[in-house]
Ligand binder design. Structure first.
Ligand SMILES: O=c1ccn([C@@H]2O[C@H](COP(=O)(O)OP(=O)(O)O[C@H]3O[C@H](CO)[C@@H](O)[C@H](O)[C@H]3O)[C@@H](O)[C@H]2O)c(=O)[nH]1
Ligand SMILES: [Mn+2]
Length: 748
């Protein structure tokens, strides 16, 4: 006990994964052999378009493998010691809590209410917390829900603390029943709480069901005649942090006007940063999406261990918690629970400069968000910032500049001291559309604009200044959220990532620029490619899929024959065993592994490709991309939805998201039919299509099996005729193209 003061608040433990490293290397060697085979097979007959395509794609796959191998090479786990915190730190720092919501229909207010309740009940000194909710939907129902929730919180928070409840999001907590060993008094209070919670949900449900009968009076009057994309700033202090043993709770709906870009979530986060800067100005800020409730009430203490550690914490800009999901469908049919990716990639990045910023479940250092370098504070102090520069950087609000200066100078334990009477006035000013005009917000500091995956460039902008980040995985899990519940929602989300990440790849925030002109370490920058390449990757995967079909239809080959065929075969075999082993060793099932494998193939040959194309259209300045919010199920009905027969089944609609996938499938089917019927073209000089091409094509059809079933099924389980028609047309054009290019080469 005596020497507790010298003990670190957190430690990094390196993991040994010798076996996996060996397999990774083996796969790399096989990839190199395949490339060498290609090079050695160049001669007159082989230097053709298919050869060139195969060589480019395989070079790309090798490059991708190097990226992955590098990212996974030195995994680490970060361990935190919150018990030491209280002994070493005289006073815990303030933390501002940010929640974003954007649409009361796609994100039912009950979800946001539950997240907020779990935040208000955090195990952290109440006077050190303030919760800010950004509502991009400008919905009176969200506001109403929060207002009602704040009344319930007066009972809920003390109840959680009295009985040391772990899960403090009521919908989740009440989904379990009380145990027989619980005391009588507890049971009584439990029933009372449950009644109150049910009552709260009922009230919210009633108003959302009958929007027309809502009375826009008193507090709610400002919402009258507002439109989602055309309204003034609305800021309301719901809880003032002075009484009731509850943190501040502030509702913020920033101004929106049709002529102004609002920059989606990034814009909302920057407004929250400024509004909170005025009021509480905490040195640290937690940000969560509206569906990510707190599952471990001690999470802030864990994160603070890292951020205030005097030895190793000074250059940590943010602490990232894994995204984990509740009530996930069994065996992850849509591949959106990300268990393996987090385990292998994020842990790997932890051993480098740190994980990328995932957009939610993150505790940020305000100073880093303000665009400074890790050791810049000392210079700032000496130099005294000129007012003119501050206005250029932070905008014209004098009060905000005062607060920012305090944050920069590191007077962590003081608030800005703005009086509550002029707070609203100033807060409205900093959340107006025009405020950021001519400032550094969204460019050099804060949440970075320009991509619909705002999180990645924002994290890159921080890492390129030399900051590090740390992941934490406390037990119990820090936060839990809802994964997309269906195929379409998953595909829409993946399309957004494919598009947004491509834009990042080609922007000045790309990892290449970070390595060349910033302070991103080489290997950390390389590991970022794993993410920013998602869209780009699809171009090669789609080309390869097309190439295989082309070979079968025109009776040519790209794979070696005879002994040489063993190279791709071994590669495929070892890769399969390797990924399977990764899943099994994480306790995941074979089914889950397969579901993920086929989803990886499906998304990278369909929606990522659409995302890539839309990013190109945006980069060429033809049209902009839109952030499509992920549909969240009403928390009170999730469990029921999971039980119904639909859970995990593939359902389709007319969305363009399905056209590319259906085309890929039709093209492969055509190729296989051509082969089976024996109506291929005559092979040139004995180099006809072989077993390798056929196996690839069959593998693709197996991956696309749910689509194949969809071709024949009816109702929502079937692919709509219009989609099939569009895809058939595209497939026909492709097959026709194969035939004409081949005739030409025969004539030559
Ligand atoms: O104009 C907008 C659009 C979205 N959001 C909020 O952004 C969050 C994320 O949106 P969601 O539709 O849930 O996207 P997901 O694909 O589930 O989110 C992942 O990907 C996003 C970037 O694409 C990140 O911002 C998220 O943190 C990350 O969880 C939600 O709280 C939304 O309310 C806004 O505040 N304003
Ligand atoms: Mn989400």
């Amino acid at each position: 006990m005596a020497n507790q003061e010298n003990l670190p608040l957190y430690e990094k433990v390196w993991l040994k994964r010798t076996f996996q490293r060996a397999i990774d290397i083996l796969i790399l060697l096989l990839l190199f052999s395949l490339l060498s085979y290609r090079l050695f097979s160049i001669n007159n007959t082989f230097f053709t378009l298919p050869w060139f395509l195969a060589f480019s794609c395989e070079s790309w796959f090798t490059f991708t493998w190097i990226i992955l191998l590098n990212a996974k090479w030195s995994p680490a786990v970060t361990k935190t010691y919150p018990n030491r915190l209280l002994q070493q730190v005289p006073e815990l720092p303030r933390v501002d809590l940010f929640v974003t919501t954007a649409d009361p229909v796609l994100e039912p207010p009950t979800i946001t209410v539950n997240t907020v309740l779990s935040l208000l009940a955090l195990d952290y000194p109440v006077n050190k917390l303030a919760c800010y909710v950004s509502d991009d939907g400008c919905s009176v129902f969200t506001f109403y829900g929060l207002l009602e929730a704040s009344k319930f919180a007066k009972f809920w928070v003390p109840f959680c603390k009295k009985y040391n409840i772990q899960v403090r999001a009521p919908f989740r907590y009440f989904s379990e029943v009380t145990k027989s060993e619980d005391s009588q008094q507890f049971k009584q209070e439990w029933i009372l709480m449950k009644d109150m919670y049910d009552n709260l949900c009922q009230k919210i449900e009633d108003v959302t069901r009958n929007p027309s009968s809502f009375q826009f009076e008193g507090e709610f009057a400002v919402f009258l005649n507002t439109e989602k994309r055309n309204h003034p700033s609305i800021i309301k202090v719901i809880l003032d942090g002075l009484s009731d043993g509850l943190p501040h709770l502030i509702y913020v709906s920033r101004e929106k006007r049709p002529k102004y870009e609002h920059n989606y979530k990034g814009g909302a986060m920057n407004v929250l940063t400024r509004v909170s800067g005025l009021m509480t100005n905490a040195p640290f800020m937690l940000n969560v999406d509206c569906d990510m409730f707190v599952n471990n009430p001690k999470i802030i203490q864990h994160a603070i261990c890292i951020l205030v550690d005097s030895k190793n914490g000074k250059d940590v800009a943010f602490v990232q918690c894994f995204q984990q999901f509740y009530d996930g469908i069994k065996d992850d049919p849509f591949g959106n629970q990300w268990v393996a990716a987090f385990e292998y990639i994020i842990r790997g990045m932890a051993g480098l400069q740190g994980p990328h910023y995932c957009g939610t479940n993150t505790i940020h250092r305000r100073y880093a968000i303000y665009g400074f370098y890790p050791n810049e504070r000392q210079y700032v102090k000496k130099g005294k910032l000129a007012e003119k520069i501050l206005i250029q950087q932070f905008g014209s609000s004098k009060e905000f500049i005062k607060s920012a200066t305090q944050a920069i100078e590191g007077s962590d334990h003081s608030t800005n001291g703005i009086s509550s009477s002029n707070f609203i006035e100033e807060a409205i000013q900093v959340s107006n559309c025009g405020y950021e005009y001519g400032t550094c917000w969204g460019k050099k500091m804060g949440w970075v604009y320009g991509s619909i995956t705002e999180d990645v460039p924002t994290g890159l902008n921080i890492h390129r200044k030399g900051w590090r980040s740390e992941p934490i995985t406390p037990d119990p899990t820090a936060f839990m959220g809802s994964a997309p519940g269906g195929l379409l929602t998953t595909m829409v989300q993946q399309k957004r990532w494919g598009s947004g990440l491509t834009v990042v790849f080609f922007s000045k925030h790309s990892p290449v620029m970070g390595i060349l002109f910033g302070k991103i370490q080489f290997r950390a920058g390389l590991s970022y490619f794993w993410l920013t390449n998602w869209g780009l990757r699809s171009v090669f995967e789609v080309s390869y899929a097309a190439l295989v079909a082309y070979c079968i239809i025109t009776n040519t080959n790209i794979f070696p024959k005879g002994l040489g065929l063993w190279i791709p075969l071994t590669l495929f075999g070892i890769y399969t065993i390797h990924t399977l082993q990764e899943y099994l060793s994480k306790g995941l099932s074979i089914r889950c592994w397969w579901n993920n494998q086929r989803m990886i193939t499906m998304r990278s040959t369909s929606v990522w490709f659409i995302g890539f194309l839309s990013a190109m259209v945006k980069l060429l300045g033809i049209s902009d991309t839109v952030f499509e919010v992920t549909q969240k199920e009403n928390p009170n009905s999730v469990a029921a939805a999971r039980d119904d027969a639909d859970a995990g089944r593939f359902t389709f609609d007319e969305s363009s998201a399905f056209v590319v996938g259906t085309t890929i499938l039709l093209v492969q089917l055509t190729a296989l039919v051509v082969k089976i019927l024996g109506v291929q073209l005559e092979a040139h000089s004995g180099n006809g299509c072989g077993i390798g091409e056929l196996m690839c094509s069959v593998y693709l059809v197996v991956c696309y099996w749910p689509f194949l079933k969809g071709l024949f099924a009816g109702g929502k389980y079937g692919i709509p005729l219009s989609t099939i028609f569009k895809s058939a047309l595209l497939a026909f054009i492709f097959v026709h193209f194969c035939r004409i290019t081949d005739t030409r080469s025969t004539i030559n």
